[in-house]
Structures are given as C-alpha cells and as structure tokens.
Design a protein. Structure first.
Length: 217
C-alpha cells in the first residue's frame, strides 16, 4: 500500500500528534508521518516524535528575520520529506496566505470549537461564558483567513452545568484524538474532496443522530 506522507506541525504538547503516531503504526493505516516540525524548541511533541523514530525538526521562528523566510524554511523542510498532506496540530503561528496557498487542499487544521463559531483563542471559556449548550472541535482544510476553510469533521460535546474551561478542554480533546486519525484516513483513501467552500464525501454515511442538551426526559 502506498501511504500518504504527513508533515505534522506543532508548537506544544502534541497529544494530537500522538494520536496520529499511534494510528500510523497500524499496518493497514493509509498514512505515515514523514516529519514533525515545531516552531518551539522545547515542544513536548518533538520528544514524542523522536521516541517514535520520526524526523523531528525545530524551525524556530525567533531565529528568522521575517515570517516569509520562516515559512520558506518550513516549506523546504516539507518538500525535502516529500510531504503530501500537512497536518496542523496545535501549531500556534499565523501562516501567510502565500504559504497557505502553496498547500491549498493539502493542509488541514484541528480547532477546538464548532466552527465557524469561536475562531481564535480561549474557545472553551468563551463558549461557557455564552451559555451555549455544546462545545466541540473541527477539522478543516486551511484557508488564508484564520480558522476558516472547508469543514471535514466535527464533534459536538454537551457543556454541563458545572463545566470549567479545563473540564471542557479535556472532554473535547478526547474527541480530537479520535477524529484526527479518522479525517486523515478519509483524505488518504480519497473519500473526501473539496468542492467550492465545502467538503464532499464518498461512501460515507453523514446521517448521524442529532443531540439535544439538556436531554429531554
Ligand atoms: C488542541 O486543542 C487543538 O484543537 C488546538 O491546539 C491544541 C493542541 O493540543 N489547535 P495538542 O498539542 O495536540 O495536545
């Protein structure tokens, strides 16, 4: 089986990276991680990659004169590793339109909210503050606008009365780890493609059950 080569970009802990590492060790998984790139030298995700025997490279943004040269270095590194799909997994730098367009429909991101609600930071705190009944996470193809682009998968998680930012983050992270390898599989097996502003799917049952919160007795 020819496997899709992933370039995973991180800035921190890398638990989503770990979920991808764990999926990629399965023999029948249709993707493999070719390189992990962090913009932060101390990112725990770099250790996770090294422990798994994956090329782990730090492209430290503070050592570049400007964003364009930093992104050129990342682009070169992805090219050198023959990457076919870039997976942003907690990568905390804004990317210029030039870079994003070079990877159009070949770069995905995971964001901890039900997009297009709650773009940006502190998504869980803002959702709790607003009293919305569901939080969640989204995997989407990347477009130059922040947290924008055709949506591949979403998970919705009910927000309880006693919810805190940390408890909601933990609940949602669980679904992030389930979804990221699944979204990559969809792409690697050619079961999702972009059509205008949306994703269209092949051989996938999109008719999942609805959720109501609070539950109706
Ligand atoms: C996740 O919450 C993800 O949705 C967001 O950044 C966080 C990364 O966590 N983009 P980790 O580094 O994968 O643990």
């Amino acid at each position: 089986m020819r496997k899709l080569k992933l370039g995973v970009m991180i800035s921190g802990s890398g638990t989503n990276l770990q979920a991808l590492i764990d999926a990629c060790v399965q023999k029948d998984y249709p993707a493999q991680i070719a390189v992990v790139i962090s913009n932060r030298p101390g990112a725990k995700g770099l250790e996770r990659a090294k422990d798994a025997g994956i090329d782990a490279i730090c492209v430290d943004h503070t050592t570049y004169d400007d964003r364009a040269s930093f992104e050129d270095a990342i682009h070169q590194c992805l090219k050198d590793h023959d990457v076919g799909l870039v997976c942003l997994a907690g990568f905390m730098r804004i990317l210029n339109a030039d870079f994003v367009n070079r990877w159009k429909d070949r770069m995905i991101n995971i964001h901890p909210s039900l997009l297009p609600s709650y773009k940006g930071l502190h998504t869980h705190a803002r959702a709790i503050e607003d009293g919305v009944r569901f939080g969640g996470c989204t995997i989407h193809f990347v477009r130059p606008e922040m947290d924008d682009g055709p949506i591949i998968m979403q998970a919705a998680v009910p927000i309880s009365e006693a919810e805190t930012e940390d408890s909601l983050a933990a609940k949602i992270l669980h679904y992030e780890h389930e979804m990221y390898p699944t979204a990559v599989r969809l792409i690697a097996e050619g079961n999702v493609r972009v059509s205008a502003r949306k994703c269209v799917f092949k051989d996938i049952d999109l008719d999942t059950a609805g959720l109501i919160s609070p539950a109706i007795k």
